[in-house]
Write a protein that binds this ligand. Structure first.
Ligand SMILES: C[S@@+](CC[C@H](N)C(=O)[O-])C[C@H]1O[C@@H](n2cnc3c(N)ncnc32)[C@H](O)[C@@H]1O
Length: 266
């Protein structure tokens, strides 16, 4: 199966317009579309059952440390009202609830029903009292269902890369954040170092996709490489955040440039 996955071909049709011209990942088994919000929603619904295990495996558990850093850098504190956008199965929301404590408020927002139902199941089985404060909201990062200046801190983990309009997403985050508060955005780093890019892409092709293939989601994980290629470098992310209205924006790299972290203040 792994060998079969490794031999699959990526086809990106170029004609703009109709349904058949959208970027797709085509294999002899299946076609995975990923250019529209609906395509991505479906993709994240499909990978939901294996998502957490694969994260642990691919990062050798390191993603927990990166997520802890993301929550610390959001400056969420006891009693705060905080939001995790693109929460998926809830890792960052759970960590945020530990920061704000039982008297704080945490909202985890995502547009994937399947990811949210895994988040809710994890919440049910978790014993920590603060985890119970999290509310899961099915919603769109491009049209947040919250009033202006509502949250004390916002996190986005591996989500900004996946939204179809990053500028709009950051503008929405800016709108619902209180003045002086921070957004903390964790994701893969799109490096401007060709050596790091080659290493990242080699790992995705030769480790990530074959392992994902054993779980039946090779094509979904093949999308990862394209999404990192289509993402923004640290400097570009800083620029995007300033354009969205943030007064300061700084990008940091983690783990020798494998991961990237944007921190911006309203
Ligand atoms: C790679 S997962 C990250 C999940 C989680 N934050 C984590 O760090 O493990 C990306 C998530 O973004 C969500 N997503 C992508 N576009 C979205 C949008 N426009 N609105 C809401 N959620 C979105 C997907 O459903 C998916 O759960």
């Amino acid at each position: 199966m792994a060998a079969a996955a490794a031999s699959l071909k990526l086809n990106l049709p170029s004609t703009p317009g109709g349904t058949n011209s959208r970027p797709i990942f085509r294999s002899k088994f299946r076609v995975v579309r990923c250019s529209t919000s609906t395509d991505r929603q479906e993709l994240f619904n499909r990978i939901a059952p294996v998502y957490d295990n694969l994260n642990d495996l691919f990062s050798l558990g390191r993603h927990r440390e990166w997520k802890n850093t993301a929550v610390s850098w959001s400056r969420a504190k006891v009693g705060d009202n905080v939001l995790d956008i693109c929460c998926g199965s809830g890792d960052l929301a759970f960590l945020l609830s530990e920061k704000v404590g039982p008297n704080g408020k945490v909202v985890g927002l995502d547009f994937s029903k399947e990811q949210l139902s895994i988040a809710a199941a994890r919440q049910q089985s978790n014993s920590k009292k603060c985890h119970k404060i999290i509310k899961w909201v099915e919603g769109d990062a491009l049209d947040l269902p919250f009033p202006e200046s509502y949250f004390d801190a916002i996190t986005i983990g591996y989500g900004l890369r996946n939204v179809v309009d990053r500028q709009k997403s950051l503008k929405e985050a800016y709108r619902v954040l209180k003045p002086g508060s921070r957004i903390s955005v964790l994701d893969f780093n799109k490096s401007d170092n060709p050596l790091m890019t080659s290493f990242q892409e080699w790992t995705l092709d030769n480790v990530v996709v074959p392992i994902a293939s054993s779980q039946g989601v090779a094509e979904e994980y093949r999308y990862l490489k394209e999404s990192i290629r289509g993402y923004l470098t640290g400097k570009e992310l800083e620029y995007l955040a300033l354009e969205a209205g943030f007064s300061t924006a700084k990008h940091f790299v983690l783990d020798l440039g494998l991961m990237g972290h944007l921190v911006a203040t309203k």
